[in-house]
Structure formats: structure tokens, C-alpha cells
Design a protein around this ligand. Structure first.
Ligand code: THU
Length: 133
């Protein structure tokens, strides 16, 4: 469990980076902020391209930045969108995140700043694990 103040900082950062979303195709803004066990917060946003399949989700943008920054242990991720509904991370992002920490806390934030949180593994049971031989 992360502290209330860490949770608040994470939510604040996800809402801040939401504004940087580059989403000229969908118009759907997503902002994410991932918290490392060292207490560092890394932001990420969705980035869309004319070559549509190059699009990267906000969650993985944040994860890539965090790993590039030298962190590998993550305790929570906050995801803010421009929707009034709670929007859950896509399957690719669930798999990418769960490989780092199945117990990661996921915090969702709607446009009207409604909050919901849960444990990542609960939305990706029986996820793929490489059975190294
Ligand atoms: N998107 C995310 O950033 N995260 C998700 O978990 C699902 C979808 C983005 C990708 C694309 O830029 C836009 O939302 C619409 O699919």
C-alpha cells in the first residue's frame, strides 16, 4: 500500500501530463504516472502517429521512461483520461506492467476526478510468464 500523500502526488502528476497527450487521431487524452519503490514518479502520455500502429499508450510511455531512468520496481500507477467513465488499461499495458509487479496498485481517474483503485493482478489473471528452461 502506498501512502495517501504518495497517492495524491501520483494523481496530480497523471492529471498534469494528461494535458501533454499527443492524440490527433482519437482525440482521447490519457496521462499516466508510475511510482517507483525509490519514491520517484515518472510521467507518460499516449502518443499517436499517422502510421497508426506506432501509437503508444500512456501507461507504457510512463513505464519506458521509468525503466530508462534506472528504476525497475514499481508500486503504483495512476491513469487519468478525458472520459467521464473509468477507463481501464488495455491488455498490452496490463501485461507490460504485470511483468514488473503483479501487486502494483492501479489508480484510475476520470475527467471529473472520480477515483477508483485496485491491484493490477486482479484485472489480468493467468497472465503470460516465460517459463525459462
Ligand atoms: N490508450 C492509452 O493511452 N492507454 C490505454 O490503456 C488504452 C488506450 C490510448 C491509445 C490511443 O492513443 C488512445 O488511447 C485511443 O485508443
Amino acid at each position: 500500500m502506498i501512502s495517501k500523500s504518495q497517492e495524491n502526488s501520483l494523481i496530480k502528476e497523471a492529471l498534469k501530463v494528461l494535458k501533454n497527450s499527443h492524440s490527433p487521431h482519437s482525440g482521447f487524452k490519457v496521462g499516466a504516472a508510475i511510482l517507483s519503490s525509490t519514491g520517484k514518479i515518472y510521467p507518460g502520455t499516449n502518443v499517436e502517429f499517422d502510421a497508426l500502429t506506432l501509437t503508444v499508450c500512456a501507461e507504457r510511455s510512463a513505464l519506458f521512461g521509468a525503466v530508462s531512468g534506472g528504476d525497475k520496481k514499481f508500486t503504483a500507477i495512476a491513469v487519468a483520461t478525458s472520459s467521464n467513465e473509468f477507463i481501464y488499461p488495455c491488455g498490452l499495458c496490463r501485461q507490460a506492467l504485470v511483468e514488473f509487479n503483479p501487486k502494483m496498485e492501479v489508480i484510475l481517474i476520470t475527467k471529473k476526478k472520480k477515483i477508483k483503485s485496485f491491484i493490477l493482478k486482479d484485472i489480468i489473471p493467468n497472465y503470460f510468464k516465460l517459463n525459462r528452461v
